[in-house]
Ligand binder design. Structure first.
Ligand code: BGC
Length: 248
């Protein structure tokens, strides 16, 4: 079966067909800038262009940067508010004419890491956080996902955590690695206090530069911290995996 994974982010929408046995992309991914504003129609047009770029597929797994319950998008912190309470699965099916599964972006990335990456065969509580436009989270117990945890929105120093520790904040405020690393570390310390995880996985494009900020995290938590292994492909791979499991 040919399953495409498509990852909708605050800045880019990217997709590729995925080999579900190996977790590898079957073709180089195709990326298009997220339309501004990121309305449901504008985003679905981009998703369609990406699907057509690969000549279609049997089904499509799509990530969304907000809460997704049974295909309905329930929040939209960093995208157009037109997504709130939209039946996104139905919306994409109408546009693409293909079976579609819609899942939270961090949940998808976490599922990919637990299957093929840093969380593979790790028992106990694994907590992945993705540092990007916002902060996403994926919580696992013995490899099983608790969906839609939204831990990027817990408060640290009276502020939404993603307003202090996302990659976007680092860039916009031009924070040094040390300063931003302390914000991320403090955030992980809070999560440690609340969930006592056995492993943290850090995802998002910035995990390519883990050596720059990981040294600043250690003093805030004794929990092992690993960078995501699938890096920027995790969302695409996880979306495809979830499309297979849910629809299959
Ligand atoms: C959203 C989450 C999402 C995360 C990363 C947050 O603002 O609330 O649902 O996973 O950003 O995109």
């Amino acid at each position: 079966m040919n399953i495409l994974g498509i990852d909708i982010g605050g800045t880019g929408i990217k997709g590729a067909p995925v080999d579900l046995e190996s977790g590898k992309l079957l073709h180089e991914r195709h990326r298009i800038d997220t339309p501004k504003p990121a309305t449901p129609d504008a985003v679905a047009d981009v998703v369609k262009t990406i699907v057509e770029h690969f000549g279609g597929g049997d089904r499509v797994g799509i990530t969304f940067p907000g809460i997704v319950k049974n295909g309905v998008t329930r929040s939209a912190a960093n995208v157009d508010k037109g997504w709130v309470d939209l039946d996104a699965a139905k919306h994409f099916v109408k546009k693409l004419g293909l079976p579609v599964t819609v899942v939270n972006d961090a949940d998808a990335a976490g599922v990919a890491e637990v299957h093929f990456g840093a969380g593979r065969n790790v028992p106990g509580v694994v907590l992945m956080v993705t540092l990007g436009t916002g902060i996403g989270s994926a919580l696992f117990l013995n490899g099983n996902l608790v969906p839609n945890t939204e831990l990027g929105h817990i408060e640290v120093r009276g502020k939404d955590a993603e307003k202090r520790a996302s990659e976007r904040v680092r860039e916009q405020k031009e924070l040094s690695w040390k300063r931003w690393g302390a914000n991320v570390g403090e955030y992980l310390g809070r999560l440690d206090a609340l969930f006592s995880p056995d492993l943290f996985i850090i995802g998002g494009g910035v995990c390519k530069k883990a050596d720059k900020f990981f040294p600043f995290l250690k003093k805030f938590t004794a929990v092992p911290i690993l960078p995501a292994q699938l890096q920027n492909d995790a969302g695409i791979v996880g979306a495809a995996l979830l499309a297979q499991h849910i629809a299959g």
